[in-house]
Design a protein around this ligand. Structure first.
Ligand code: DAH
Length: 331
């Protein structure tokens, strides 16, 4: 049986198929119900020992699969060349196009693209991070040790029992990933989804988008940070009053939160600060030589203000009445 099978395998491989008739011949010769060699041998299996029956049964079935694949690949090639031929024949570039409705970008994508643009104007490169992170990049390297109370602010989704793998709770992990692999000067913007185990309401969700920016070089100062934040808010929200309020983040020192004056009240919109030298040391950047600032901002919140939206659940309802309002903004 073995030599017979080896021969069949060779015959399948070398069978030259050019036309539909060849396909039919090929099919009948190998898997045709009446004359096909494979069904014939499958019938003979019952004369073999149980062990051999299993072995050869498997081999013959694999051959059948191989035959079918060869038939399908011929069909596919044929069809695609048929369609290209048809297209060539009937495509007239002078006929005006039919009107079809153009979709629109999601407001959060519009804002994301706008931010990338705003920051690329002042020399920032855009990078993507990972949504699944490990403890070190999301917490420890950012000066948030295991027993640190600030971990409580990030109600974390863990992906395995030892709590090492998790959905990132903020985009600050991108700082660590990028600084580990690149030497200053660095001017980076990253935007993406972050996850926290929070109850869904008009003001919070278990998933939201953050933009993270950081700049590291010799002699970067807090006034550079202030200028950059003013430039960003000005570019996105226009002329609006803002204030820096002292705050605390484990990975920046000093840290600040930024409020904007909106609807007659101060509204907190983002966090920022000078990167803590300990964080630079963690990624082997010489903190005596380099300094830097970082900031993080939630896109959903910001878009609420830009578009005067009242409830952030609407972003992910997929309601066409909401989404189609952004059609004119082809950013
Ligand atoms: N990662 C912080 C958060 O999610 C936001 C943040 C604050 C980012 C200060 C920064 C920063 O880069 O400097 O709450």
């Amino acid at each position: 049986m073995k030599t017979e099978i080896d021969q069949i395998k060779k015959n399948i491989e070398s069978f030259y198929i050019k036309t539909h008739q060849d396909v039919e011949k090929f099919r009948i010769e190998f898997i045709g119900k009446k004359k096909g060699i494979i069904p014939f041998l499958l019938k003979k299996l019952k004369y073999l020992s149980i062990e051999n029956r299993k072995i050869y049964g498997q081999i013959l079935n694999d051959l059948k699969v191989q035959v079918n694949k060869k038939i399908q690949s011929f069909d596919f090639k044929k069809k695609s060349s048929y369609y290209t031929h048809q297209c060539k024949k009937s495509f007239d570039t002078t006929i005006p196009g039919k009107y079809s409705e153009i979709g629109s970008l999601h407001p959060l994508s519009i804002l994301k693209n706008r931010m990338i643009d705003i920051f690329s104007n002042i020399g920032y490169s855009y990078v993507d991070g990972f949504e699944i992170e490990d403890d070190w990049h999301n917490f420890t390297a950012l000066n948030i040790p295991f027993d640190h109370p600030s971990r409580d602010m990030h109600d974390t989704f863990f992906l395995c029992e030892n709590k090492n793998v998790l959905m990132r709770t903020h985009t600050s992990s991108v700082q660590i990933r990028y600084m580990k692999q690149n030497k200053p000067p660095l001017k980076i913007l990253s935007i993406g989804k972050v996850y926290r185990n929070e109850t869904i309401s008009s003001r919070s969700n278990f998933m939201f988008h953050q933009a993270e920016g950081f700049y590291i070089d010799k002699k970067v100062s807090f006034s550079d940070l202030k200028k950059t934040i003013h430039y960003m808010i000005d570019s996105i929200l226009g002329n609006i009053k803002i204030r820096f309020r002292p705050s605390y983040f484990p990975f920046t020192e000093p840290s600040a939160e930024i409020d904007i004056f909106y609807n007659n009240e101060w509204l907190e919109i983002m966090g920022c600060g000078m990167i803590d030298p300990e964080v630079l040391n963690n990624v082997h950047i010489n903190s005596e030589m380099y300094s830097g600032f970082a900031f993080g901002i939630g896109l959903e919140r910001l878009a609420l203000i830009i578009y005067n939206i009242k409830d952030l659940r609407i972003y992910f309802d997929n309601d066409i009445r909401f989404l189609s309002q952004f059609r004119s903004e082809l950013y």
